[in-house]
Design a protein around this ligand. Structure first.
Ligand code: SAT
Ligand code: MN
Length: 609
């Protein structure tokens, strides 16, 4: 298909205008066909950008190494360019939209010289579904096109749905590396220096402009940019929820199922939880989504969730047959790997894959690497944020409902983060608003998913949305309260829980084994939803009794007591930190309900002391 064949006049003009600005060699429309996917991959292989993996070990798969400066989202170069700074709020970077567009138009001028402009029509959510949203990404990166083909629904069918005047979210993307006459990338990952990278969102006009990075959430604009930052604004205006949440289905031995969503900051094991293999006999967990949930009320008054994505962009290191068998199978074929190490027989390897490095590897920087387990200072062979891009349909645990356009009814919402101390294994909110309070105080130890944060420190990450909320976070809290109020029947609202698999002893040992054993906590959540869980009331909320959750192997009675204790002094410190450093950021936009819950929590703790 040629750009002149596009029936949507507005779309055609928008593409041609951007082409006139960026001056690519040619324009190619991503039609969604596997023939085009193969052709793009062949071009990438011929250009030396990636390596074809051993077809016996990983059929249909390729591996890329990015530029060392382009390995994760860059939060300090990510902007919410609302009309006013106040609208973007205290947790987002802001630049005046007129000024930012001027700067970026300057950068876009001629930036696709020597490259191809790809037009990617994509749908977040099943094509044609009433809750799906359409975007069109213009990019000069073939890597982006093939990743988008796995992560979203791409192709001519999307143009058909758009018709002659349908609405779409316009998304500009360039790697920001024009080629001079006769120049080539020589197989190197193209991107711009950090100070020229911009990941920009214009919430009022629902536009995304990205420049300078080819990686993940900076470049695959359907994911964090559209399905979270722009969608959160749409959701606010239209009365629904666009959330950084996994969606799973859990079935008990009697065959009754519930659906659960869970918000955890990036690289906190969301993918592992979504694909968990239960250790408790007779229970089954299936996957609907691993990163993003859009939730709306159904006609029956319940909240329904859809996964707007079609693939997984998962963290490779730490993923093994033990930690996440379903992810390993998902990425066993037809997948794209980024910043993993390469074995001599052209397979990928990463730290925590479950077996030692087989012989000499090429590390993610392209250097020879031989594992030396005695050397604790040895640099990892795979980047800690190395990723696999895999089709969701290949996941053995994918739920049959995963593409249901009306979504799945949600019974429980989990919040969590990496918290070595204080936060117990699980507690439940008294009601929806108390659950909003729990979501608002989520904090986590920092991991490698963002480039510019100090690994190991704890930061508050309300609803795990800190890097992904497209407007004022205080108003976002209020929106959650409003959505609860809008329920026709309060008893049909999902129950809300705060979980923490990441408790450590003073010696730094894990108190809870995590992974498949988390099914024991999910079982208690399931029982709480059915009204059969053994519970006690505590100063922080509803908790399991000491014997309500069966202990896994290696967890002693004392460990369990510690996991389920209310650490009064730790929580008082938590209250102090929220009061001094967290809530004041939101000024008069902080809903008064949340300030009241904080006062109440403090009073409860003091009374229990
Ligand atoms: O790079 S992504 O934003 O897609 C992944 C993540 O940070 O969760
Ligand atoms: Mn994520």
């Amino acid at each position: 298909m040629n750009v002149n064949d596009i029936k949507h006049a507005g779309l055609k003009k928008w593409i041609l205008d951007f082409a006139a600005l960026t001056t690519p060699e040619e324009i190619v429309i991503a039609d969604g066909s596997s023939a085009q996917y193969d052709e793009l991959v062949a071009g990438q292989l011929a250009g030396g950008y990636c390596v074809k993996l051993n077809p016996e070990k990983r059929p249909g798969s390729i591996a890329y190494n990015s530029d060392p400066s382009d390995v994760a989202r860059v939060e300090n170069r990510t902007y919410i360019a609302a009309q006013s700074k106040e609208a973007a709020g205290p947790t987002n970077n802001w630049i005046d939209p007129t000024e930012l567009k001027k700067t970026m138009t300057g950068l876009y001028k001629g930036c696709m010289k020597g490259r191809t402009l790809y037009v990617i029509p994509f749908s977040m959510g099943p094509i044609g579904s009433p809750i799906a949203k359409i975007g069109v990404e213009l990019t000069d990166s073939a890597y982006v096109v093939i990743n988008m083909m796995i992560m979203t629904r791409v192709g001519l069918k999307v143009l058909d749905v758009l018709g002659t005047d349908g609405e779409y979210v316009p998304c500009y993307h360039s790697v920001g590396k024009p080629l001079a006459e006769g120049q080539s990338d020589n197989g190197k990952w193209p991107c711009a220096p950090l100070e020229d990278k911009y990941i920009s969102h214009f919430p009022e006009t629902r536009e995304i402009w990205s420049y300078g990075s080819g990686y993940g959430g900076n470049a695959l604009l359907g994911k964090k940019c559209l399905a979270l930052r722009i969608a959160s604004v749409l959701a606010h205006d239209e009365g629904w929820l666009a959330e950084h949440m996994l969606i799973l289905k859990i079935t008990n031995p009697e065959g009754r199922s519930i659906f659960v969503t869970g918000a955890f900051p990036s690289a906190c094991g969301k993918t592992n939880l979504a694909m968990l293999v239960p250790t408790i006999p007779g229970w089954k967990v299936e996957t609907v989504g691993d990163d993003i949930a859009w939730m709306k009320y159904g006609a029956d008054g319940r909240l329904y969730a859809i996964n707007p994505e079609a693939g997984f962009f998962g963290v490779a290191p730490g993923t093994s047959n033990d930690s996440n068998y379903n992810a390993m199978v998902s990425a066993s074929k037809n997948s794209i790997f980024t910043n993993c190490a390469l074995t001599e027989d052209n397979d990928v390897w990463w730290e925590g894959i479950g077996y030692d490095a087989p012989g000499k590897l090429i590390d993610w920087n392209g250097n020879e690497w031989v594992q030396n387990k005695g050397d604790k200072t040895q640099k990892p062979a795979a980047h800690p944020n190395a990723r696999f891009t895999a089709p969701a349909a290949q996941c053995p645990s994918i739920a049959s409902e995963w593409e249901d356009p009306k979504g799945v009814p949600i019974s429980a919402i989990l919040f969590g983060g990496r918290r070595p101390k204080t936060i117990p294994l699980v507690h439940q909110s008294h009601d929806w608003n108390h659950g909003v309070f729990l979501g608002s105080i989520v904090g986590s130890e920092i991991t490698a998913a963002a480039l510019d944060l100090k690994v190991g420190t704890i930061r508050r990450d309300p609803f795990a949305m800190l890097p992904f909320c497209g407007y004022h976070m205080g108003e976002y809290f209020q929106h959650w309260i409003n959505v609860g109020k809008a329920a026709k029947d309060q008893s049909k609202l999902p129950k809300i829980f705060y979980v923490n698999w990441f408790r450590k002893t003073d010696e730094g040992k894990w108190l809870w084994p995590g992974f498949g054993e988390n099914s024991r906590v999910l079982k208690w959540v399931f029982e709480a939803c059915e009204g059969t869980a053994k519970t006690i009331d505590t100063p922080i909320g509803v908790m399991p009794t000491a014997d309500a959750i069966d202990r896994p192997e290696g967890v002693s009675i004392e460990d369990m007591q510690e996991l389920l204790a209310v650490d009064i002094d730790g929580w008082l410190k938590e209250v102090e930190d929220i009061r001094a450093n967290h809530y004041p950021k939101f000024g008069d936009k902080l809903p008064k309900e949340l300030a009241t819950f904080l006062d109440q929590l403090e009073a409860n703790l003091k009374a229990a002391k």
